[in-house]
Write a protein that binds this ligand. Sequence first.
Ligand SMILES: [Zn+2]
Length: 275
Amino acid sequence: MMDMFSSTAAAARCPGALYRDVLASCAPVSGVWEEAEVPTETLGVFRARDQDHAIHAFRLSRDVRSAPEPIRIGLFAGLHGDEPAGCAALLRLLVELSRDPLAVDGYELTVCPVCNPVGVKVGTRENASGKDLNREFWRSSTEPEVMILEKELRLRQFHGLITLHADDTSEGCYGYAHGRTLNEALLLPALHAADQVIPRNHGPVIDGFRAERGVIRDCFTGVLSAPPEQAPRPFDLIFETPALAPIELQVDAAVAALHTILDEYRRLVSHAEFF
Ligand SMILES: [Zn+2]
């Protein structure tokens, strides 16, 4: 069992091939990705369908000596393998932030663009054993992807979590705020920024939940989230793009939302409005 999580030389090699596939349909990013130099770490390796698969994290931070500790944010995509826009959006964000260090000021970002590598490779929502990973968190799941990510969530004790998804039943962007004021304070400006690319879903019911201004307060259980014992709770957002929209637009909308959340949270922390 322990072998499952050890890094192997083969899997620790640059995850370029998988990401090139992800980005094949996203031309604006693929050209520049090769040039971006972002430190990569293998969070864990597991075996499925007679192959080794790895979950990679990219770390981006800017050392600000005056700050006691950086704000640790975890960004996740590709939990559902048939939603490539989120994976591409995180890669685009990495490229943009690696060129603009000031945008990372005060932050330590952990970026996991492909949380379900088998699903992404074959284009299925589920992982190799047919599980929807986003219903498995903090339920003693034995799915290797969930165990690897839970370990990282426990280790890092993130101050904020952002997960990207895409919904083929929605014509606009929307998000889950889990009923918390801080989350809504971040999600609303993010949706406003994304509106410039893909207008949000203004419907009263989205994905079976009551919604207002594109914000859902309730959520499914078992979604990627902070460890149950973590206190205080981090901010925790799920941002959804409409899966049937052109992937380039979904990427643009999600990246605009992510930049806005990072800027807005830094502003909130500096004004200590919520602390
Ligand atoms: Zn999804």
